[in-house]
Design a protein around this ligand. Structure first.
Ligand SMILES: O=C(O)[C@@H](O)C(=O)CO
Ligand SMILES: [Mg+2]
Length: 273
């Protein structure tokens, strides 16, 4: 069954953040995701989720100095202490919000630093985050992001994400780090290398979360773009994908006016729940 989650960092921005939960529920969503909860108290967010019958499906680890252009600290040598503190903060929020998945942003690969050192830093931080999260039954997700939206981002393809997960799992042995998965954002994949059917075929099995948005423009994933989203969502449904699909797009106009594309999927989710 297709389960769509509203991304509250991009959708319903007509409303203040804490009012977006009710707006998403009114539109028929049963799950929400967003970039970061840290400006708000976990108790207030937990209340908003409960009051609106919503599940918190995903949010991100603290990203470093976002306003200064940082997009995660996991690949940054010398920032390990801050990274570990961020893991603790995120896990505290996740437990309070009963959220089972956290996205570990990789960061912008620092120029003039040995790429092997950057990669080792990322692997060691991923290993650490997975071990901390595993004890609490939480998954750590890693997401390839396209260089047009985020120039220099360290994690740049699903193939590389797959390789890095394998390397952490190889170090931890038989049962370790099984809680790392790919966050397969099909908008980024289309911007990066296309071939969405191949991505689904090769990486769905190790993906715990999917995100979608129209290309070009990162607007509604509807017929006004280069991807046949009905086919993509139908394929995920036929293949029995049972994770959430985050609607991570910037509406062209008002969120509720543009949401018609989602209505059949939201209705079928409602009728089957
Ligand atoms: O695709 C994205 O941009 C997000 O999923 C994210 O977490 C980083 O901005
Ligand atoms: Mg995404």
């Amino acid at each position: 069954m297709i389960r769509l989650a509203a991304n509250l960092s991009m959708m319903f921005t007509e409303y203040p953040f804490m009012d977006r939960f009710a707006a998403a529920a009114d539109a028929g969503f049963r799950g929400v995701e967003y970039l970061f909860p840290y400006e708000y108290s976990a108790s207030d967010i937990a209340e908003a989720l409960a009051a609106n019958g919503l599940e918190q499906v995903l949010f991100n680890l603290p990203p470093g100095d976002w306003d200064a252009g940082e997009r995660g600290v996991a690949c940054l040598p010398g920032r390990e202490t801050e990274f570990r503190e961020g893991v603790e903060t995120a896990l505290r929020y996740a437990e309070k919000l009963e959220c089972r998945q956290l996205h570990m942003m990789a960061g912008i690969a620092p120029p003039r630093t040995d790429p092997a050192r950057v990669e080792m830093t990322y692997l060691s931080n991923l290993h650490y985050a997975a071990a901390q999260a595993e004890a609490r039954g939480i998954k750590i997700l890693i997401e390839p992001i396209n260089p047009t939206d985020m120039p220099g981002y360290f994690l740049r393809s699903a193939g590389y994400a797959h390789e890095l997960i394998q390397r952490v799992q190889a170090v931890t042995g038989d049962n370790g780090a099984r809680n790392i998965a790919i966050q397969l954002d099909l908008y980024h994949r289309q911007m990066l290398e296309g071939r969405l059917a191949v991505a689904i075929d090769e990486y769905l099995g190790e993906s715990a979360h999917i995100q979608i948005a129209g290309v070009p423009g990162r607007h509604e994933p509807d017929a006004d773009g280069e991807v046949n989203w009905d086919w993509v969502l139908g394929t995920l449904d036929r293949l029995g994908y049972d994770g959430w699909i985050g609607c991570e797009y910037r509406p062209r106009g008002r969120t509720d006016a543009g949401i018609v594309w989602a209505n059949p999927w939201l209705a079928s989710m409602e009728s089957r729940s």
